[in-house]
Design a protein around this ligand. Structure first.
Ligand SMILES: Cc1ncc(C[n+]2csc(CCOP(=O)(O)OP(=O)(O)O)c2C)c(N)n1
Length: 383
């Protein structure tokens, strides 16, 4: 008789392509990515860093309500974004801005969403970083953790039922979201219904201030994939090329109706969000520095590109300026744009507006007419 535990077998290994000097570890594993795609991947990382830096300042100046940075997870976002096809459907959490940029969401569209102005697709009804774009197959993110997971599996099941569409769904979620019951339901439905879905865990070490060793025991999130019958891989999330290869292969597997779980190991270098005032009291400065310096995903890809003669410090300087300028310019424009008409908060909620909302809108209209001098109506669009 033998009882088994996580020490009874070797932990699931971490798949890597490059080391932290950007050197390929094993040539046979180097992905065949054309130069244009490689450059796009790196440029998206740089653009993402600039957006993080400037938008966080914007929040501190009170221009936007909150922000969530992506530092440390650039490799996950850009590597996976580049390996997907435009027809694949994305269900994101809120820390995947690089995936959305790679999919083609513009800096303007993203900043309008953060500013919640009238050009924002959501008309200011979502908090910042909860993006959606129907034409680009990006499902709007919602704040309650893990709700996207069963929904993503359901969408994948619909893809399975549609004949020969060769589409898959990718669903991103954090290690914290993986602790929700919905995550288990999603894993199990994906496996039992054999759905074309890639369940992509961004394991960045923390859920707000809770480290992973207080979230789970055993061999991490990947072990759950094996237990439930999902094709599973653990990958170095700071290595954009390893993530690219894993997702490229995962989508080939997924479209044969074999669900995949990817656990990408990385680190949340920034604070959880701008609403987190912990000042990093829950972790050591050395830990942050180690990941930010030795395991920096942007640095690793840059060194790889330099090694291939595709990038150098002059191009870096010039591109950095372009990436910075576009964000600064767009922020100024977004700041000038009016908010959506106040009626938008009640419209588009139901297909036909129910009577109780109609009544509230009429009351509001009379109220604003009577007390207009007390409201900043000039900041909102008129009808
Ligand atoms: C159901 C639910 N519980 C709690 C929260 C509050 N909350 C927001 S983000 C977060 C941490 C999530 O961590 P993780 O999934 O690892 O993603 P990360 O922020 O690290 O990218 C928590 C607890 C929430 N939004 N929804």
């Amino acid at each position: 008789m033998k009882f088994l535990n996580e020490q009874s077998y070797d932990p699931i290994p971490i798949y890597r392509v490059i080391d932290n000097k950007g050197q390929v570890i094993d040539r046979t594993e180097e992905p065949r990515i054309d130069n244009e795609t490689l450059l796009n991947m790196y440029k998206t990382m740089v653009q993402l860093n600039q957006m993080d830096e400037i938008l966080i300042e914007s929040q501190q100046q009170g221009r936007i309500s909150m922000y969530l940075t992506n530092y440390g997870e650039e490799g996950i976002q850009v590597g996976s974004g580049a390996a997907l096809l435009p027809r694949d459907m994305i269900f994101a959490q809120y820390r995947e801005l690089g995936v959305l940029l790679y999919r083609g969401m513009t800096v303007t569209e993203i900043i309008n969403q953060c500013y919640g102005n009238h050009e924002d697709r959501d008309k200011g009804r979502q908090i910042p970083m909860h993006f959606g774009n129907k034409e680009k197959n990006i499902v709007t993110a919602s704040s309650p953790l893990a709700t996207q997971m069963p929904q993503a599996v359901g969408a994948a099941y619909a893809f399975k039922r549609a004949p020969n569409n060769e589409r898959c769904v990718i669903c991103y979620f954090g290690d914290g979201a993986a602790s929700e019951g919905d995550a288990h339901a999603a894993f199990n439905f994906a496996a039992t219904l054999q759905c074309p879905v890639i369940l992509f865990c961004r394991n960045n070490g923390y859920a707000v201030w809770t480290p992973t060793n207080q979230q789970y025991r055993g061999d991490g999130i990947a072990a759950r994939g094996l237990a439930l019958g999902l094709h599973t891989i653990r990958v170095d999330g700071t290595d954009a090329l390893a993530v690219y290869r894993a997702v490229e292969r995962a989508r080939e597997i997924a479209i044969q109706n074999k669900p995949v779980l990817i656990e990408a190991m990385s680190y949340r270098v920034g604070l959880h969000s701008t609403a987190d005032f912990s000042n990093n009291a829950f972790r050591s400065v050395e830990e942050i520095q180690k990941w930010a310096q030795e395991e920096n995903p942007v640095e690793k890809l840059r060194l790889y590109l330099e090694g291939r003669g595709l990038w150098n410090s002059d191009i870096e300087k010039q591109f950095l300026k372009e990436a910075r300028d576009i964000v600064l310019r767009t922020i100024q424009e977004a700041d000038q744009k009016k908010k959506a008409h106040w009626k938008e908060m009640l419209q588009d909620v139901y297909y036909v507006m129910p009577q109780h909302l109609q009544k509230q809108m009429n009351q509001m209209e009379k109220h604003l007419e009577k007390y207009k001098e007390h409201y900043p109506l000039d900041q909102f669009q008129s009808e």
